[in-house]
Design a protein around this ligand. Structure first.
Ligand SMILES: [Zn+2]
Ligand SMILES: [Zn+2]
Length: 225
């Protein structure tokens, strides 16, 4: 989509790298997972993929995740226990007719670990998981020490009423949350498919009237914390 190319059109995936240990934490496996850091082609290191929920836009990149094809890489998928959770989801994703390589034939099969709300250790990262109000359930994650808040700002306040029950919030709710909780910085994320760069500039300007340190997240953007 040419008028959205500035911020990028992939679905959610965030990479967190611990500079001291080199451990990699991947939050959600949307189509953005394909563009993860060049670290994934270097020396093998532990990689943890932590999922918020099972909506398609948060899983669709998983079959194309580089480490599944690189023997020697230790990859663990942390899968939340939710009301919408189907035990066989991982197997199904790789099955015909959805994908040509069945899960059991992957060159580097990931481990699967279930997670629930609470204090978690995810591959060396201290994470707090909190249940969200979202159809079928979902978990929000706080990675200890992180000063940035990345929130789902899928809709505008005007679009939200027609999409009740979709599980997304609007930018105004995000900005108000950031202002009320005195966070370091807010990144509006998970933009609605078809959102143009121009619309995002307006959203950012409006959101900054509520919370000054607001940015709209773009693909490939890096934050040093
Ligand atoms: Zn969802
Ligand atoms: Zn989503």
């Amino acid at each position: 989509m040419p008028d959205g190319i500035g911020h990028g059109c992939n679905t959610p995936c965030i990479e967190v790298v611990d500079d001291r240990t080199g451990a990699i934490l991947v939050l959600d496996a949307g189509s953005g997972i394909v563009g993860l850091s060049p670290l994934l082609t270097g020396e093998p290191r532990p990689v943890s993929v932590l999922l918020t929920h099972y909506h398609w836009d948060h899983l669709q990149g998983l079959p194309f995740f580089a480490t599944l094809y690189q023997p020697g890489w230790e990859t663990t998928i942390f899968s939340p226990v939710l009301t919408s959770h189907e035990r066989g989801w991982l197997d199904t994703m790789f099955k015909s007719p959805f994908f040509p390589v069945p899960y059991e034939h992957l060159p580097n099969r990931p481990q699967l670990q279930m997670v629930r709300a609470g204090e978690l250790n995810i591959g060396g990262f201290e994470v707090t998981a909190l249940p969200l109000n979202h159809p079928g359930g979902a978990l929000a994650y706080r990675v200890r020490g992180a000063a940035a808040v990345v929130l789902d700002a899928h809709f505008t306040p005007k679009e939200l009423p027609q999409h009740r029950g979709w599980g997304h919030s609007d930018w105004r709710q995000c900005a108000e949350f950031a202002a009320a909780n005195n966070v370091g910085g807010l990144w509006l994320f998970h933009h609605k498919p078809g959102r143009s760069d121009q619309e995002l500039v307006k959203i950012r300007t409006d959101a900054r009237r509520i919370f000054d340190a607001t940015e709209t997240a773009s693909e490939g953007e890096r934050l040093q914390l």
